[in-house]
Design a protein around this ligand. Structure first.
Ligand SMILES: Cc1ncc(COP(=O)(O)O)c(C=O)c1O
Length: 439
């Protein structure tokens, strides 16, 4: 099928919400390591990994070999948890070794949305409360319950169900909702969680859900002290704390396999997906025993959750991350990339903020550093220009003005330098086109 036919059929037969990246869309047909190829054979450095899903590199040879072996041996593809399989137990064992202290139960799903839905249900079941508190600018998935806690008008529908949720202000330092500066604030954003509970609930909540770095929101990175304060508040008001690590997990943030562990976040439930399976459709959660035991005597079932092939991919991904020291790589390469992008701020007036952790880095583009007007068109143009020069990147933020960088964490220094050069050259072109004065 020709590319034009694919575009045509996508437009005619898919939901109108099925967006495609880039003015001239690309068809990706091949991938290896940190690179992907289109149907013409053109190579691109993958700076976004689908959507933050590729951890150890595309088609990692060890994973490929294991999957081919499984197929060769006619290993069963689907069992469901109603039958025994060693693979799912091996993954559970490995994940629990990486878990923050006190989290000792697991459950597997096919996606991040399902993991969060399950986390809501477990929190409600444990506490007997129904209210879920979330943050503005957050994103937790595309199902009914998770969309109800979405902090972006663009993702929400008129048909939104009533789901008993309240939202607190985001810990968005660059655009602090309280007009403060990070070095002199009194964590007003954390205190807002308490006033939100006090003023918008009956005084108790089932849970707060929070991403340790807000992905879709544009890699908004809360100060580490934020978490100590909000977990204390949430527990004080009888709620469970859900740490949504769908984007921040799998070692991407450069400290531990889970950022909750590195930041010592006192989470009751940690949800995961994306990079966990290195491209396989797998999600899951780990939680404390009291949350898990609230479900005893009930039935909960997920047809595909825990099936052998995706589970093996997730377990091997974790093993490769550890064996190849990829968490350390995410930290050092991420630091280098972050420093380079920060120093580009002197040259490029479009860059308002550079933030993130490890290899999860956001570059917020603004029309003016004082008014901080969102440079939405410029961001889309920048993504297109980078693509033309052989680099794929993503974007996010409420107004689509944040360039999102999340390459496989196996990326090396030379590739990071290639990325920096392409972003730098593309920024000069965008600034010229839109009449900004580059320095
Ligand atoms: C932080 C976060 N949570 C949950 C989800 C939902 O995951 P999925 O699309 O696998 O359902 C996403 C997806 O982008 C996400 O970024």
């Amino acid at each position: 099928m020709q590319k034009e036919d694919i575009i045509d059929k996508r437009r005619k037969h898919f939901l109108p919400t099925a967006a495609i990246y880039h003015k001239i869309p690309i068809q990706l047909v091949k991938a290896k390591g940190e690179y992907v190829w289109d149907e013409t054979g053109r190579q691109y450095l993958d700076g976004i990994g689908g959507i933050v899903c590729i951890s150890v590199g595309h088609n990692h040879p060890k994973i490929k070999k294991a999957l081919m072996q499984m197929l060769e041996n006619d290993e069963i593809q689907h069992t469901s948890l109603l039958y025994l399989s060693k693979h799912v137990v091996e993954l559970a064992d490995r994940l629990l070794q990486e878990a923050p202290e006190g989290l000792d139960r697991v459950s597997f799903t096919n996606s991040g949305s399902e993991a969060n839905e399950l986390a809501f249900m477990m929190s409600r079941q444990t506490t007997g409360e129904s209210m879920i508190l979330h943050l503005r600018h957050s994103y937790h998935g595309g199902t009914s319950g998770t969309l109800a806690v979405c902090g972006h008008n663009t993702w929400r529908f008129r048909a939104q169900p009533v789901a008993n949720v309240i939202s607190a202000e985001a810990p968005y330092c660059y655009r602090c909702p309280f007009g403060k500066k990070p070095d002199s604030c009194a964590l007003e954003c954390a205190k807002n969680v308490e006033t939100t509970i006090q003023t918008s609930s009956h005084g108790k909540i089932a849970a707060m859900i929070c991403e340790p770095v807000m992905g879709v929101g544009g890699f908004v990175t809360p100060p580490p002290e934020y978490f100590k304060e909000v977990t204390r508040i949430v527990h004080n008001y009888g709620g469970k704390y859900i740490s949504d690590e769908v984007q921040t997990g799998a070692g991407r943030c450069g400290g531990n396999y889970l950022l909750s562990k590195e930041l010592k976040i006192d989470a009751d439930i940690v949800t995961m997906a994306k990079g966990m399976g290195n491209g396989a459709a797998i999600g899951g959660l780990i939680c404390k025993s009291d949350v898990a035991s609230s479900m005893s005597g009930k039935l909960y079932f997920n047809t595909f959750g825990g099936d052998p092939y995706p589970v093996v991919q997730a377990r091997m991904t974790l093993d490769i991350i550890k064996e190849d020291n990829l968490i350390e790589n995410a930290r050092t390469q991420g630091q280098f990339l972050m420093n380079s992008l920060k120093s580009m701020m002197k040259t490029h007036p479009l860059i308002g903020d550079v933030r993130g952790r490890g290899l999860l880095i956001g570059v917020e583009l603004v029309k003016d550093p004082v008014s901080k007007v969102y440079a939405t068109e410029e961001c889309a143009e920048l993504m297109d220009l980078c693509k033309e020069k052989g680099l794929l990147l993503g974007k996010g933020g409420l107004f689509g003005n944040v360039l999102r960088i999340a390459p496989p964490i196996s990326i090396n220094r030379k590739q990071i330098e290639e990325m920096i050069n392409i972003i730098d050259a593309s920024l000069f072109e965008v600034e010229k086109k839109y009449g900004y004065k580059s320095n």
